[in-house]
Design a protein around this ligand. Structure first.
Ligand SMILES: [Zn+2]
Length: 288
């Protein structure tokens, strides 16, 4: 399935990614609707990774413009901000009703249109107890004829199906077409193994910079993400959430250096600091 992905992601300021074909928004930082304009109306489901302001501030404008579409906003269940937002919006924009706020947790599976499902995976961004930070994985599910029936003709297949049912005849094939890390340190290489497209945060450039002060939320470095990607199966990588402390030239140089160091041959796309990008996968200016 071809995906058209638009996004903005700079640490501390804003992060959002719109997957146009799926009508899905991952995170809703400031500027979502002002960049997407009319495309905002295509968003039917919003999956927010955590309650940091740079990942949810865009909900204010989104809700006001799009609540009449009855969108669903999913968020980690042990957070408070989204419940407050729901209450606040009902008073602030009483004419904009219809948004459904849905708390979810690790391993939640949300079915969307056309055999697409989104699964929540708890990550390690927020170390305090409870479900406060999630990554998301998107799967395309299709039903495929089981190998033992491959030589049957049309009439035999109908007979088997009538006698035993669909599940006897076919099996579900799940493909991980996209994964979105949200904010998280790199902890588990298996988590995103097999993702056709991986959108991963890369706040810092080197591993040593991630050694943060006690009690602060945890992030990834480019170095760790590239090392992980060189050890797993991913077809395309999108890097974002770079800290604005860096100069863009420094970021790009480090990506190229690490791509070479880790022998990464897949396309790597990066979101420039402070810029929104349309059609990330097809945009040569993002490709490293
Ligand atoms: Zn963030």
């Amino acid at each position: 399935m071809k995906l058209t992905i638009h996004g903005y992601s700079t640490a501390l300021y804003s992060t959002w990614y719109c997957i146009e074909e799926l009508g899905i928004l991952f995170d809703a930082g400031d500027g979502v609707v002002s960049h997407l304009l009319g495309k905002s109306g295509k968003i039917k489901q919003v999956f927010v990774s955590h309650e940091d302001r740079d990942h949810l501030a865009g909900l204010l404008a989104y809700n006001q413009l799009c609540a009449f579409h009855k969108p669903k906003i999913y968020f980690p269940k042990d957070t408070n901000s989204f419940r407050f937002l729901d209450e606040f919006f009902k008073k602030f924009d009483p004419q904009s009703l219809g948004t459904e706020w849905i708390p979810i947790q690790d391993k939640a599976v949300i079915k969307t249109k056309g055999g697409i499902q989104v699964e929540a995976v708890q990550n390690e961004h927020v170390i305090r107890a409870g479900q406060k930070s999630l990554s998301y994985k998107v799967f395309e599910t299709k039903r495929k004829l089981k190998a033992e029936f491959i030589n049957l003709n049309k009439y035999e297949l109908i007979k088997v199906k009538t006698e035993n049912g669909e599940d006897f005849l076919t099996e579900e094939i799940k493909t991980n077409i996209l994964s979105f890390s949200g904010d998280t340190p790199v902890t588990d290489y298996e988590r995103f193994n097999g993702s056709k497209i991986l959108i991963h945060e890369s706040t810092f450039l080197t591993r040593s910079e991630t050694n943060q002060k006690q009690g602060k939320n945890l992030h990834s470095s480019l170095e760790e993400v590239m090392e992980m990607v060189s050890n797993i199966e991913v077809e395309q990588l999108i890097l974002g959430h770079f800290s604005s402390r860096y100069d863009q030239g420094e970021v790009d140089q480090t990506i190229k250096k690490m791509k070479q160091h880790y022998g990464i041959k897949i396309p790597v796309h990066r979101i420039p600091i402070g810029k929104a990008v349309f059609n990330i996968l097809g945009n040569d200016k993002c490709k490293m």
